[in-house]
Ligand binder design. Structure first.
Ligand code: MSP
Length: 476
């Protein structure tokens, strides 16, 4: 049995989850389910990044004390993932004691390598990014992503000797072409590293929040340094048993955080003498009406609300089918509705329903044993290996379309008059392929797949399972 350890970013809790966050998490869930279905031993982790200054500010705005606020948001995020049938194995919170132990141990290892020193940092800090910005990144003095002027900050901090890892990183990326995917992101990271890496500040003057710096009460650990270590905490680090899971097979991240995951994180691991994750895959961003999803624009769409309108599986399908993983795309409710009606209601839902109706009419509801299935899923497996969810679904849909076409061409309602055996064989064949379709769809649409299986269980059709995708009312 092979193991598969996949992670999502841990999300900031200053706001409610939106479809962008759901995208990373659904993709990771789909892969985790796929690997489980292949018999792999899977660890799928997600969680929340609690030690951010954004948490303090959001708590203040909500009138709760910071801890009570984090408790309430932990529930919101967990409920969201439950509502979207996300089956994670571990939900990490960075306020957990286990994580604090991991961070402190990790810092000790980096210090032992001689990679931590004290220095003065002067720069422009953007709380939205939880990062320093370079003056050339500002637009009219403001951070273009958060539309706020960064705070000038001058502090005595602990630094990480990132510069030392410039050449080892370039060498590693060159020798491990799969490490950063897709290729366009790898090129972006490589050209950034080639411009030269400066040492980075990894602590902040202590606030009443965050992980205390080991042995220095005046400082706390910089939130990104702490957050990245979550992946190790999830593997069980610093216990030796963590070697069972570490290194992770795959970090799924959005393209916005590749520098942290493809430069700082691997350098931190090199310094701590720990193996590097096998792959970091950066997916693209969803826009809404051409604009970035953001709290300040008020254009965030709730995945739970959408799932309430169209069903969870329809949302999972739309997000993974619409845009090649790795590319940017536009989230469009009208288009979602069209795809729902065309692919899900008309093609898949209708196929199951008409097959069932004919089994009742021509076979008295009983199919008996079905023949082996006939669809070639080769392209599906190739696509899954490359995280091309859209192509995997395209392969499944080619079969769904093919089966509908077969019914249209063979016309069982005509055939029934002269060749009842031929009709029975045809319907049995369709059921066999539908069960194969269900198996392939299960990682994407777990409820739908289960419904298809139940509909044709034990050699008969079960109409009580009901319609898979009732035609969508127009919601837009
Ligand atoms: N807390 C950090 C991550 C630390 S991981 C060690 C963070 N959190 S976040 O809440 O801002 O979430 C960022 C992630 O959410 C992105 O990397 C991406 O995976 C996902 N997305 C947020 N907005 C998105 C879109 N509009 N479109 C697609 N994904 C998006 O950064």
């Amino acid at each position: 049995m092979s193991k598969f350890f996949v992670t999502t970013p841990i999300y900031y809790i200053n706001d409610q989850p939106h479809i962008g966050h759901a995208y990373s998490t659904i993709a990771a869930d789909c892969l985790a389910r796929f690997h489980r279905s292949q018999g792999d031993d899977v660890l799928f982790t997600t969680g929340i990044d609690e030690n951010s200054q954004k948490t303090i500010l959001a708590a203040k705005n909500s009138g709760l004390d910071t801890r009570a606020y984090t408790e309430s948001m932990a529930k919101v995020w967990q409920q969201t993932w439950n509502a979207l049938t996300i089956r994670y194995d571990r939900f990490i919170r960075t306020t957990e004691a286990a994580h604090h132990v991991a961070v402190q141990q990790f810092i000790a290892q980096v210090a032992q390598a001689g990679d931590i020193f004290k220095g003065v940092y002067e720069g422009l800090y953007c709380v939205g990014h939880e990062a320093f910005l370079r003056p050339e990144e500002l637009v009219e003095g403001k951070c273009p992503d958060h539309n706020q002027a960064p705070q000038p900050l001058k502090e005595e901090n602990y630094f990480f000797r990132l510069s030392r890892y410039q050449e080892p990183l370039l060498e590693y990326i060159r020798d491990n072409p799969d490490f950063i995917q897709p290729e366009s992101r790898r090129n972006e990271v490589v050209s950034f590293i080639r411009q030269g890496l400066a040492d980075v500040s990894i602590s902040r003057v202590k606030q009443d929040w965050g992980i205390p710096w080991p042995g220095d009460d005046s400082q706390s650990v910089y939130v990104w340094f702490d957050a990245l270590i979550n992946y190790l905490t999830c593997a069980g680090y610093p216990s030796e048993a963590s070697a069972q899971w570490w290194p992770a097979d795959l970090h799924i991240v959005g393209k916005d955080i590749i520098k942290f995951h493809c430069i700082i994180w691997p350098a931190m691991l090199m310094s701590a003498k720990l193996p590097l994750p096998k792959m970091v895959y950066a997916h693209g961003f969803f826009t809404v009406e051409g604009k970035k999803i953001s709290k300040s624009l008020g254009n965030a769409i709730s995945p739970v609300e959408l799932a309430g309108l169209y069903g969870v599986d329809a949302l999972r399908y739309y997000l993974l089918r619409e845009i090649p993983f790795g590319a940017d795309g536009e989230f469009n409710t009208l288009r979602f509705e069209r795809i729902y009606n065309a692919d899900l209601a008309n093609e898949l839902g209708n196929l199951v329903q008409r097959t069932g109706a004919m089994i009742i009419k021509y076979m008295g509801g009983i199919t008996g044993e079905t023949p082996p299935h006939s669809h070639d899923p080769g392209p599906y497996y190739e696509a899954m290996a490359k995280l091309r969810f859209d192509l995997a679904l395209e392969n499944v849909w080619s079969r769904i379309k093919g089966l509908n076409q077969m019914i249209d061409e063979e016309k069982p309602w005509v055939m029934a008059k002269t060749d009842p055996e031929g009709v029975a064989n045809l319907l049995k064949h369709i059921v066999a392929d539908l069960l194969q379709v269900a198996e392939l769809l299960a990682p994407f649409m777990p409820d739908t797949a289960a419904k298809i299986v139940t509909s044709f269980e034990s050699g008969s059709f079960h109409p009580e399972v009901g319609l898979l995708f009732p035609k969508a009312q127009t919601n837009v």
